[in-house]
Write a protein that binds this ligand. Structure first.
Ligand SMILES: [Zn+2]
Length: 248
């Protein structure tokens, strides 16, 4: 990775973040050289895109094939009434670029599967799956594992969220998403049908905090974790990851 000299602009723009122990000036400069892929620009992905673009990450790719509907607005924070019918990836890119023009933002109005057909070799520093599709999480975790890239997935349902991370950079033999969460007919379509906006905010904030710290470290240190978060009871439960032989 190329090392940039610290600039006054970076210190001025991200001064409050640079003060955080574990980030510092050095971490902020490392962040400016990182590449992140956000898959899905719904409730989780729009909140993630806001926090990650504002943090000063060098490059962010946004992948989502959908257009904006009125029913999205109660939880998908990149959009407003004027955006209905427009592509989520394009609108997100335009609005995020106005927030931070030092991050290179790329938008792809297609599924992750179709994106991969053209960009199979492109390497990110972290792949962050914010979709509500079990099928997509299986695909994106297998791709991350193959590329030996840290993988994070979040999902929500009603008042609960699930945070899942596997650091395939440190250990590419860790199980993929499918081995830990085998697909059933029930979750074929949608993982999170019922939801209120703030649950998405909480789960995404947890993930983005860990992502920013991991990206700011030279070693991309990210714990392997599955946590269940219940916002009504304020309980966060870390599950013990089982040792599974992943044949994928
Ligand atoms: Zn597997």
């Amino acid at each position: 990775m190329d090392q940039l000299e610290p600039t006054d602009k970076i210190i001025e723009q991200f001064g409050r973040q640079i003060l955080v122990p574990g980030i510092n000036e050095e971490g902020q400069i490392i962040l400016a050289n990182r590449k992140v892929c956000i898959i899905g620009l719904g409730a989780l992905g729009t909140i993630a895109s806001q926090y990650l673009v504002r943090s000063g990450i060098g490059e962010i790719s946004l992948i989502d094939p959908d257009t904006i509907e009125e029913s999205n607005l109660h939880r998908q924070i990149n959009y407003d009434l004027n955006d209905i019918g427009e592509l989520k990836s394009e609108v997100s890119k335009k609005k995020l670029q106005e927030i931070n023009n030092t991050t290179n933002i790329f938008s792809y109005s297609e599924t992750f599967q179709s994106y991969l057909q053209k960009n199979l070799k492109y390497k990110f520093d972290i792949i962050f799956d914010c979709t509500d599709s079990h099928q997509n999480k299986i695909l994106s975790s297998k791709f991350s594992k193959k590329q030996q890239v840290p993988f994070i997935s979040i999902s929500i349902n009603s008042s609960e969220g699930i945070y899942f991370s596997q650091n395939y950079k440190k250990n590419s033999s860790l199980p993929c998403f499918e081995c830990l969460f085998p697909q059933t007919d029930q979750d074929h379509r949608c993982l999170n049908s019922a939801m209120i906006g703030p649950v998405a905010g909480m789960v995404t904030s947890l993930a983005c905090t860990k992502i920013i710290f991991a990206l700011a470290s030279n070693s991309l240190s990210l714990e392997n974790e599955i946590s269940l978060i219940d916002l009504l009871t304020s309980d966060i439960n870390k599950l013990q990851l089982s040792k599974i032989n992943c044949p994928h």
